[in-house]
Ligand binder design. Structure first.
Ligand SMILES: Nc1ncnc2c1ncn2[C@@H]1O[C@H](COP(=O)(O)OP(=O)(O)O)[C@@H](O)[C@H]1O
Ligand SMILES: [Mg+2]
Length: 307
């Protein structure tokens, strides 16, 4: 059974079209990345999955059943860590988790156990009784994710959890999410950081302007692009004739320390290396850039992914 299927989802806010016929399919156990710039529709999509808002058009099916905000089983199947932190700042970490747990009907020993497990997962055991307002942004973010997990959902929606987070918390979040994935949890993870999608996700959907442009695993996405996006050769390694000869491999631009060759269609790395070796260039003077998701995004949309 597929965890989540969206077909032709549309959602407008007045004149703004947030989702414009969005299709996605998330397999159970997948770590699914929703990669797109601000305003792409990531949060709107999650708000439809949680039943917080209704689509204008389209189908949304969760574990085989149409999404229905009145369905309590569906609510329990989803954990949602929203983009904007939803915690009570005056309450302690444990009190927040306990509150969310009780909202899901947990009580007694089971509640205590779940609170302890969530604190451990978020690595906040030693801060359990401190008010959330004393936490760093990264700690709040970790607790926000822990709160989404208090009722052991089958699907976790995690909306841009690392924005404005210190590197240490960011790594802790990655480790938490990787642990969940290893336990078989289905995760939908939105981000506008390509390196996060590359590192964490086994499937990536590139979203822009309310539509999915491509969805595949990383290798599949990158196979749309030529295997080499650029070759850089240090200026100081080249004499004038060698610098001139680079143009046979593609368009040449002058960078601060290197000449940057954007390969032409017929480019072969083996030909380039053969030439470089014949010219006595050192491998350390040459850098080969592989295409990235950023290159693909640029190709699909004509603009940079970064804001
Ligand atoms: N409640 C709302 N009212 C009006 N416009 C909204 C609302 N929610 C989202 N939008 C608009 O819908 C578009 C998609 O927003 P959003 O889903 O938040 O994108 P993302 O999460 O990818 O940054 C944006 O243009 C945003 O301004
Ligand atoms: Mg958002």
């Amino acid at each position: 059974m597929t965890a989540l299927v969206a077909q032709g989802l549309r959602k407008s806010f007045g004149a703004v079209t947030a989702l414009d016929g969005l299709d996605v399919e998330v397999e159970q156990g997948a770590f699914f990345g929703l990669l797109g710039p601000n305003g792409a529709g990531k949060s709107t999509f999650m708000s439809l999955v949680t039943g917080y808002q209704q689509a204008d058009q389209g189908q949304l099916v969760l574990f085989g059943k149409p999404v229905d905000p009145a369905n309590a089983d569906q609510k329990r199947a989803i954990g949602f860590a929203p983009q904007h932190i939803a915690l009570y700042k005056d309450l302690s970490a444990a009190a927040n988790l306990s509150l969310f747990g009780r909202l899901y009907g947990l009580a007694g020993r089971e509640l205590d156990r779940q609170v302890d497990a969530a604190l451990e997962l978020a690595r906040l055991e030693d801060r359990r009784d401190d008010p959330v307002k004393t936490f760093s942004g990264g700690m709040m973010r970790r607790l926000n994710i822990a709160a989404a997990l208090i009722h052991s959902p089958r699907l976790l929606l995690c909306d841009e959890p690392t924005v404005g987070v210190d590197p240490q918390s960011r790594n802790a979040i990655f480790e938490t999410l990787t642990t969940l994935k290893d336990q078989g949890m289905t995760v939908v993870y939105s981000t506008h950081y390509m390196e996060e999608a590359e590192r964490l996700c086994d499937r990536i959907a590139i979203i822009d302007q309310g539509r999915i442009l491509r969805q595949d695993d990383l290798d599949g996405l990158l196979s749309d692009l030529p295997p080499v996006s650029a070759v850089r050769v240090r200026h100081d390694a080249l004499d004038e004739a060698q610098a001139g000869a680079l143009s046979r491999f593609g368009a040449v631009a002058h960078g601060p320390r290197a000449l940057v060759v954007t390969p032409q269609d017929t480019f072969r790395l083996s030909h380039f290396y053969a030439w470089a070796e014949g010219e006595g260039l050192d491998a350390r003077d040459v850098q080969v850039d592989r295409p990235t998701l950023e290159n693909l995004f640029l190709q699909l949309t004509g603009r940079e992914l970064r804001e």
